[in-house]
Design a binder for this molecule. Structure first.
Ligand SMILES: *Cc1c(COP(=O)(O)O)cnc(C)c1O
Length: 232
C-alpha cells in the first residue's frame, strides 16, 4: 500500500511533468492539499513531508483542526475553498490566509470588514461558474467582472485571481473549462487594469489539463489522501 509520502511524491511528479509538457517552470504551480474530512494528524504528516498549503471546506471542522495544529501555525497556509455562508465569514476572516470561493459582494464586504487589522490582507479568488450550469456556487462570467472589480477596491482583501470547479468531463484531458477561466482572467486584467496572477483550477483527476491551461494552484484531495468517506 502506498504511503502518504509516496502519494505526495507521485502528485509532485504529475505536476512537474505537466509543467514540463506545458513549457512552464515547475514552481509556477502550487500544490494545495485538500485536507477536508482528514484528521489533524494527516495534516501534520503531510507537513512533515514538506507540504505547507492546506484547503478546507467546512468552517468548524477546519477550526478544530487548526486548534490541534497551533504549534505549526507559522508554517501552515490555510485556504478556504468551500461554499461560505455570510454568517460564518468572521471565523474565516480571522483564521484563514486565503479564500478561493468568494461568490458575492456581500460576502466580500464582510470578509474585508472582519479581517483583523494585525493580519495581512486576506488573499481572494472569485469563484466562477464557467460551465454556466445550474450550480449553486460561483458567479457567471459577466457577474465575475463586476465582482473582481469591487473586490479589488476592498481594503482588507487582496484580489489574486479566479477559481472554478467545472462539471466533470468524461475526458480528464479536456481543457475547455480551464481555458475559459484562463481567458477570463486575462480579459478582466486587461479591461479593468487588474493584476490578477492566480488561477485555482484542477483537482486529482484533471490537474494535467488545468496546468496546460495555466493553473497556478491545483487543489488535490483524493490523490493524496485517498477516497473520502461521504459527509454525514
Ligand atoms: C474536495 C475538493 C477538491 C479536491 O478534490 P479531489 O477530487 O479529491 O482532488 C478540490 N477543490 C474543491 C473546491 C473541493 O471541494
Amino acid at each position: 500500500m502506498a504511503t502518504l509520502h509516496d502519494r505526495i511524491t507521485a502528485v509532485h511528479t504529475r505536476i512537474n511533468t505537466a509543467c514540463a509538457q506545458a513549457g512552464r517552470p515547475p514552481d509556477a504551480v502550487g500544490l494545495l492539499c485538500v485536507s477536508k474530512t482528514q484528521p489533524a494528524d494527516v495534516v501534520r504528516a503531510a507537513h512533515a513531508c514538506g507540504e505547507r498549503h492546506f484547503g478546507e471546506n467546512y468552517v468548524q471542522e477546519a477550526l478544530d483542526k487548526m486548534a490541534a495544529l497551533t504549534d505549526l501555525r507559522a508554517e501552515l497556509v490555510w485556504h478556504f475553498i468551500g461554499p461560505l455562508q455570510s454568517n460564518k465569514s468572521r471565523a474565516v476572516a480571522e483564521a484563514f490566509d486565503w479564500v478561493h470561493s468568494v461568490d458575492s459582494l456581500k460576502l466580500a464586504r464582510r470578509l474585508s470588514e472582519q479581517r483583523p487589522p494585525h493580519l495581512p490582507p486576506l488573499q481572494i479568488c472569485v469563484q466562477v461558474n464557467v460551465d454556466d450550469e445550474d450550480s449553486k456556487s460561483g458567479v457567471s462570467p459577466p457577474e465575475a467582472l463586476d465582482l473582481v472589480t469591487q473586490v479589488a477596491s476592498l481594503p482588507r482583501l487582496q484580489l489574486r485571481g479566479l477559481m472554478s470547479i467545472p462539471a466533470p468531463h468524461p475526458d480528464p484531458r479536456h481543457r475547455g473549462a480551464h481555458d475559459a477561466l484562463a481567458a477570463l482572467l486575462h480579459a478582466f486584467n486587461r479591461v479593468r487594469g487588474l493584476q490578477m496572477d492566480t488561477l485555482s483550477m484542477g483537482m486529482s483527476h484533471d490537474l494535467e489539463a488545468a496546468i496546460a491551461a495555466g493553473a497556478t494552484w491545483v487543489r488535490v484531495g483524493t490523490a493524496l489522501f485517498g477516497a473520502r468517506a461521504p459527509k454525514a
